[in-house]
Every structure is written in structure tokens, then in C-alpha cells.
Design a protein around this ligand. Structure first.
Ligand code: A2H
Length: 253
């Protein structure tokens, strides 16, 4: 873990029932994939969410009605932030792996895609955030390349039991315009750097450096309530809105 505390926004992605067999004990509860993000203003552009296939997750009680699916580590941190049914004690209703989550349909705040699916990403770290990541391929190079891997490689989809209809219909959604980078900045930079897959760590680090700095300092929102406003201005406004409407919570680690 880093020395600096990181403050994330947890986006509550509601799992659509009926739930699969292994999650049937959760029926009747509000169940969310809890995705940690630093960029809540990009949520309009979600096309899917990411889980680590071999990752260990659990369905933890946040209060009497809400259940969050995330890593045990994140559940413990939340419990110390007063977000557990039993004070300071995470209670797990069912243990899950990333494989159990692949293909789950979710409804996510602000997303123009009404239903999106949980898909495998191999580079997720389980000691950061919640282990669940929401995917915005227009503005995050990691997301763009992981989605591209699934779209372009049928054998990769087959390996993880990913159905075509969870991936192929989902196009990049333009949400932010960046001078010289356009409105699909992550795609442009990945193409410019000729990145071939999500595993090209060094090239992706460079892509991220290029996109994030320019996006945040010079990007303009082109969709949503704050269309025409700078990303820097829209970010805190949208974050507050998501939190006030109960669609997101603050999470520090
Ligand atoms: B961000 P930092 Cl559009 N493993 O959300 C790998 N990546 C993770 C993660 C984990 N366990 N938990 C969160 N993340 C991702 C959106 C986004 C993000 C955009 C642009 C930039 C960006 C959509 N994905 O991150 O290492 C999440 O992706 C810029 C760094 O804690 C989260 O925010 O700084 C970001 O990495 C947190 O990374």
C-alpha cells in the first residue's frame, strides 16, 4: 500500500436479478458490485466492469438491505469506516471468485448503457481499491486494451466463458474532448503507441501518463449535466451528486 491515503469513489453497480445459483442466498437483497474509481465524472462512458478471474471476493453486508461484492480487504476497510452491518466487523454472506462474477449484468450510475456486464481483466490488483474496476474505454488505456483483447480474440473470450453479447455490442462512448487527443483519447494513444494487449505494462504506463494528465487539466465534458464544463470542475460536482443520491460512497485506504 502507498504511504499517501487514496480517496476513491465507490460506484454502486446494482446486480440485476435473478442471481446465478451460487448467489441465490442473496436474492431479496440489494446487491452491488462495488467499483473503486478516481474519475467519477467518466461514468457516462461505462461499457462493462472488470473482475480478476482468480481473485477472491465476498458478498459483504453493508447494512440491513445492501450487500457489496468486493475483496475482504476492502470490506474490512469499509467496516472501519462505519460501512458494515455489524460495527467494525465485515460479515460475508457468500464467498465468490472472479469466475463466479463474469457475465453478471449490472446497472451502473450515469452509464448510457443501461445494462453492462462483468468481464475478466488480468491486471487487476487485489491489494488496491475493491478489486472491482469499472470500465471506461474512451478515457482509460487499461480499459481500452482489456476490452480490445476480448473483442479481437474469440479464443480469449472462450477461455473465460465470455459470451459475444456481453462484449461485441458495446462501442466506445465519447464523453470528454481533449485538445489534440480528441474524444476517444485512450484509443488514440493506444494506437499511436502500437499497444498490442493489456499485458504491455510499460507502454500502458506511458499511455496512462499521457492521457490522464491532459484529460484532467485540459479535458472538457461533452455529455451529461455539465457538458461544456471542464473535467476539473465537473468531477467534484458529479461526485457530490452521486454520493447525495445514494449511488456512490467515499472510500479511503
Ligand atoms: B479509474 P490508483 Cl476513465 N487494480 O476509474 C487495477 N486498477 C484499478 C484497481 C485495481 N484494484 N482499482 C481501481 N483501478 C483503476 C476510471 C478511470 C480511472 C478513468 C481514467 C483513469 C483512471 C475507469 N476505469 O485511473 O493506482 C480505476 O480506474 C487513473 C489512475 O489508485 C481507478 O480509477 O491511482 C484507478 O485505477 C485507481 O488507480
Amino acid at each position: 500500500e502507498g504511504v499517501q491515503p487514496q480517496e476513491y469513489t465507490i460506484i454502486k453497480m446494482e446486480v440485476v436479478s435473478p442471481f446465478p445459483a451460487k448467489m441465490r442466498v442473496l436474492e431479496g437483497k440489494k446487491v452491488f458490485l462495488a467499483a473503486a474509481t478516481l474519475r467519477p465524472e467518466t461514468m457516462y462512458g461505462q461499457t462493462n466492469c472488470w473482475v480478476l478471474p482468480d481473485g477472491k471476493y465476498g458478498a459483504f453486508e453493508i447494512n440491513d438491505t445492501d450487500v457489496f461484492i468486493l475483496t475482504e480487504r476492502a470490506a474490512l476497510n469499509l467496516a472501519y469506516q462505519k460501512l458494515s452491518r455489524v460495527p467494525e466487523k465485515p460479515t460475508c454472506l457468500v464467498e465468490l471468485t472472479g469466475y463466479d462474477l463474469i457475465g453478471l449484468p449490472v446497472k451502473s450510475p450515469l452509464s448510457f448503457n443501461e445494462i453492462i456486464y462483468a468481464l475478466p481483466m488480468l491486471t487487476i490488483l487485489t491489494d488496491k481499491g475493491t478489486g472491482i474496476v469499472t470500465s471506461v474505454p474512451s478515457d482509460a488505456p487499461d480499459d481500452y486494451m482489456a476490452l480490445q483483447d476480448l473483442k479481437a480474440k474469440p479464443a480469449f473470450r472462450a477461455k473465460f466463458g465470455v459470451k459475444d453479447e456481453w462484449v461485441l455490442p458495446f462501442e466506445i462512448v465519447s464523453i470528454i474532448d481533449i485538445p489534440e487527443y480528441g474524444d476517444r483519447a485512450a484509443e488514440k494513444v493506444c494506437l499511436d503507441l502500437r499497444i498490442k494487449s493489456q499485458n504491455e505494462k510499460d507502454k500502458l504506463a506511458e499511455a496512462k501518463r499521457l492521457v490522464y494528465l491532459r484529460g484532467f487539466t485540459e479535458g472538457t465534458m461533452i455529455v451529461g449535466e455539465y457538458a461544456g464544463r471542464r473535467v476539473q470542475e465537473a468531477k467534484p460536482l458529479l461526485r457530490t451528486k452521486l454520493i447525495e443520491t445514494g449511488q456512490a460512497i467515499i472510500y479511503s485506504e
